[in-house]
Design a protein around this ligand. Structure first.
Ligand code: FAD
Length: 287
């Protein structure tokens, strides 16, 4: 449980961090350390150097720019949970963050680290999918903005290149009157999800006008339940449509066996979480 030796660098700007990343072979970025350090202690990761992003003030903060909320990648889950702007404009994010791990992990763990880690068991990736976020990736050639759809490529793998830093998360503000829910099934408080569903919902005249459904920990990446979304548009949410949406969400799942359950169990829980998240989102939406 002792990591291999490594050098430590604490740059004061993004530009300096990018230079270090380009010049140090096998270096890794350090954010909150709550995923990276356990992996280093188990020697699953043996970086030659850590580049600590914690001393770069520009990477932290939450602000509104037009119809977007912009969040610095080093903003902690604790900061998100205590943000009035997030509570008011992005209640789905606030609800999801409240279910990540425990206060100690949320105090150090960052939104950028949770997304960059590329773990399908993490909660932020599905929340980002449901919210339609974009990510600012900054590297030696400058900035590029990528959409969350297609960002997660596999377990611990994202579109970000090894010389790029996720610097900012941009989230469009959902339409007024939208409903939301993050329904997470876990074995105990502080645990990763057995399965979870993030729902962002708009209703018009008693039927669904827009819905996003994203699932945690039921495939090699977080996934959208696209067929369930398409099925629901134009329909009322009742027992029949909930059953069919849950069935379609389950059909999108392809989990592997893990300590949290068998593939069949995790799939069944994804269906149930989808059903519950839709019901809760409906109760919060304005018709
Ligand atoms: P780090 O651990 O520092 O980094 C993680 C990875 O991302 C590293 O590879 C690092 O190089 C890379 N990275 C970090 N920041 C950037 C960046 N800005 N740009 C590019 N690459 C970057 N998470 C959940 O979502 N839900 C849970 O229920 C949950 N439960 C947990 C329970 C425990 C007991 C623990 C220890 C962790 C748990 N986690 C959970 C994980 C936790 O949320 C981590 O904080 C998170 O996965 C990683 O964020 P971090 O800031 O700690 O990143």
């Amino acid at each position: 449980m002792i990591p291999a030796g490594f050098d430590y660098h604490a740059p004061r700007s993004v530009a300096d961090a990018i230079k270090l990343l380009g010049s140090l072979p096998d270096a890794k970025l350090l954010a909150g350390g709550h995923s990276l350090l356990p992996m280093m202690k188990l020697r699953f990761a043996t970086p030659s150097a850590l580049i600590d992003l914690g001393k770069i003030p520009d990477l932290r903060g939450i602000a509104q720019a037009g119809n977007e909320i912009r969040i610095g990648a080093m903003t902690t889950e604790h900061d998100l949970l205590n943000s009035k702007l997030v509570a008011e404009k992005l209640p789905l994010l606030a609800e999801g963050v409240s279910q990540i791990a425990d206060p100690q992990v949320r105090y150090r763990g960052t939104i950028g680290g949770d997304i960059s880690h590329g773990d399908p068991a993490n909660d932020q990736p599905a929340l980002m999918l449901a919210l339609g976020a974009s990510f600012v990736l900054t590297g030696p050639k400058g900035e590029r903005v990528v959409h969350v759809d297609g960002h997660f490529l596999g377990v611990y793998s994202t579109q970000a290149q090894p010389d790029e830093i996720l610097t900012q998360i941009r989230i469009p503000v959902p339409a007024p009157g939208s409903g939301w829910s993050y329904s997470k099934f876990k074995r105990k408080t502080g645990d990763f999800a057995t399965a979870a569903a993030a729902v962002q919902l708009q209703m018009k005249g008693g039927t669904v006008s827009k819905v996003a459904i994203a699932l945690t920990n039921v495939a090699m990446t977080p996934i959208k339940a696209t067929q369930a979304e398409q099925y629901l548009v134009g329909k009322a949410i009742d027992d029949a449509s909930l059953n069919e949406a849950a069935r379609l969400a389950m059909a999108a799942c392809s989990p592997t066996h893990c300590p949290r359950g068998s593939p069949d169990y995790k799939t069944a829980m994804a269906g149930e979480m989808t059903r519950r998240a839709l019901q809760t989102a409906l109760s919060r939406a304005k018709p």
